[in-house]
Design a protein around this ligand. Structure first.
Ligand SMILES: [Zn+2]
Length: 139
């Protein structure tokens, strides 16, 4: 992919005429939705490959949260993730063969502290809610 610097309103990839533009910028430039997703997933996958164990680097957490927010917004009314939750309140990360399992801390109204465990699948780029535990069960 050759990136151009022209500042018209189209995609920054040279020769791309896709008019379906991404909602957000990548590295300060505008892209069509397709190229934007390729760039986001490309860096995410590169960082995931480098990550060996323990909590992943902040940039990887940020990109996983960003991907979820922008492309995989499955909100079932109770179990959900946001970009900030993945970036700032996730822990117990475990790298799996094709992704990761991680837990986030949330404090929904009337429920007290809860810990939600999620599986991220890097092949399908999908998120699956696994289980929820209440704060007192975790202490
Ligand atoms: Zn494009």
């Amino acid at each position: 992919m050759e990136i151009t610097n022209n500042s018209n309103c189209g995609c920054s990839i040279n020769g791309c005429n896709n008019r379906d533009m991404a909602l957000n910028y990548w590295d300060g430039k505008r892209y069509c939705a397709e190229h934007y997703e390729i760039l986001l997933c490309g860096e995410l996958e590169m960082l995931w490959r480098k990550w060996e164990e323990g909590d992943p680097p902040n940039r990887l957490r940020y990109l996983i949260g960003r991907y979820h927010t922008e492309f995989d917004r499955n909100y079932d009314g109770e179990h959900f993730l946001t970009q900030a939750i993945v970036r700032d309140r996730s822990f117990n990360w475990e790298k799996t063969k094709y992704g990761a399992i991680f837990t986030v801390m949330r404090q929904p109204l009337k429920k007290g502290l809860v810990y939600d465990t999620w599986r991220f699948d890097i092949l399908k780029m999908s998120f699956t809610f696994l289980r929820q535990r209440k704060g007192e069960e975790v202490a």
